[in-house]
Design a protein around this ligand. Structure first.
Ligand SMILES: NC(=O)C1=CN([C@@H]2O[C@H](COP(=O)(O)OP(=O)(O)OC[C@H]3O[C@@H](n4cnc5c(N)ncnc54)[C@H](OP(=O)(O)O)[C@@H]3O)[C@@H](O)[C@H]2O)C=CC1
Ligand SMILES: CC(=O)[C@@H](O)[C@H](O)COP(=O)(O)O
Ligand SMILES: [Mn+2]
Length: 380
């Protein structure tokens, strides 16, 4: 039985993780749940799964939980609460489903504690991939991809080494505005941006999908997870989100992983690997599906894709700036403070003001993250 902690349990990935777990009670014991502000859902989850550790965004919310939960439950809060649950709840497997670079310290704490990780929180790999992968390697723990594209690549690779791989092809839906040209993006609304064509996800990643920042983050995530240079990681537009990604091998064979868009499949595979179990997802019927489409990435239409490759290739603190500036810009867009197109303008401006530091320590990454957030918060 795996002892599991879920960080970000009230979010899109967190709730689907608990759904997967609840269907296999004999295989999993939930020992920790961590969330932010949604204490009513967190309380419901805590009553159902009875973890020994629970964390909320702040002490006031933690007090609400303490009043409702049995005295034996350790209720903690804030960033320290997240790292405590990751590192001290006794979990041997931690699902990192927090959103943003907030997830970094708890990912590192889980590694330090020797827990395997189901990683959804791509921003922690983007901002500090060298530290995360190096520490995971030294501790001998596994980082299992939850992100659908990386799960697909992981499944296609099936243990084959980098030498056998010619390139990865990460698929991209094109996001909520894929049928609009750049000249039609001027006045698009938050409401429309949140309508992803194929997936139901948290707000931040849905906006990232519309700007193509999500795919940029995923290219950098793939670079770290699969140890491949950027010129062997391509992105292909695929509007149906049925092929979740592909690997081309040196002998010209191409392996692809297909399925209806349902995150419970990659989440479950990360939890049960190397076993496969039956899933509640609806089976893919390719005969009904009929046709699948593929187009080359359009770097003019999606400038964030270009910026992501540039940031990834520049390395060092550059991906930290790309990701942190984007987080602030997306939050501002969601609050109605800036336009959709201002997101990419802010990222570009903050990147242009940054002097890249090579091989940054954790302290330098955190300082750079704070700097980029401040810069991205400045009035347009
Ligand atoms: N959703 C999806 O299908 C996919 C998501 N991902 C990645 O997974 C990660 C999670 O995404 P998603 O589930 O969509 O995000 P959501 O916004 O749906 O969920 C985020 C979770 O993080 C918690 N959280 C936010 N801020 C804090 C905080 N300050 N302290 C503690 N907890 C906090 C939220 O808690 P609360 O709500 O209680 O405030 C919530 O549980 C992201 O990195 C995303 O890119 C990757 C592939 C697919
Ligand atoms: C489900 C998932 O993994 C998301 O990252 C998804 O891929 C977003 O879709 P696009 O970024 O391709 O629009
Ligand atoms: Mn993805």
């Amino acid at each position: 039985m795996k002892k599991i902690a879920v960080l970000g349990s009230t979010g899109s990935i967190g709730t689907q993780t608990l759904d997967v777990i609840s269907r296999q009670p004999e295989d999993f014991q939930v020992v920790g749940l961590a969330a932010g502000n949604n204490v009513s859902l967190l309380l419901e989850q805590a009553r159902k799964f009875q973890p020994q550790w629970v964390s909320a965004a702040n002490e006031a919310l933690a007090d609400q939980l303490r009043a409702e939960l049995p005295a034996g439950v350790r209720v903690v809060s804030g960033e320290a609460g997240l790292t405590e649950i990751a590192g001290h709840s006794g979990a041997d497997y931690v699902v990192c489903a927090l959103v943003g670079s907030l997830g970094l310290k708890s990912t590192l704490a889980a590694i330090e504690a020797g827990a395997d990780i189901g990683l959804a929180n791509k921003e922690s790999l983007v901002t500090a991939g060298h530290l995360v992968m190096d520490r995971a390697r030294r501790k001998g723990i596994s980082i299992l991809p939850v992100d659908s594209e990386h799960s697909a690549i992981f499944q296609c690779l099936n243990g084959e080494s980098g030498k056998a791989v010619k390139r990865l092809m990460i698929t991209a839906s094109g996001g909520s505005f894929r049928n609009l040209g750049r000249d039609q993006l001027q006045n698009v609304t938050v409401e429309d941006a949140l309508k992803h064509p194929n997936w139901s996800m948290g707000a931040k990643i849905t906006i990232d999908s519309a700007t193509m920042v999500n795919k940029g983050l995923e290219v950098i995530e793939a670079h770290w997870l699969f140890d491949l240079p950027y010129d062997r990681i391509d992105v292909v537009l695929h509007p149906e989100s049925i092929v979740h990604s592909m690997v081309e091998f040196v002998d010209t064979s191409v392996m692809a992983q297909l399925g209806n868009p349902d995150m419970r499949v990659p989440i479950q595979y990360a939890l049960t690997f190397p076993e496969r179990k039956a899933s509640p997802a609806s089976p893919l019927d390719l005969l009904k599906q009929g046709t699948l489409h593929f187009k080359p990435m359009d770097f003019e239409r999606y400038p964030c894709m270009r910026m992501a490759y540039e940031a990834g290739r520049a390395g060092g603190t550059s991906p930290t700036v790309f990701s942190a500036a984007n987080e602030i810009a997306v939050a501002r867009f969601l609050r109605g403070e800036i336009s959709f197109l201002a997101i990419e303008e802010i990222i570009e401006k903050v990147l242009s003001r940054h002097t890249v530091a090579a091989s940054p320590s954790l302290e330098v990454i955190l300082e750079t993250d704070a700097w980029a957030r401040l810069e991205a918060s400045a009035k347009q």
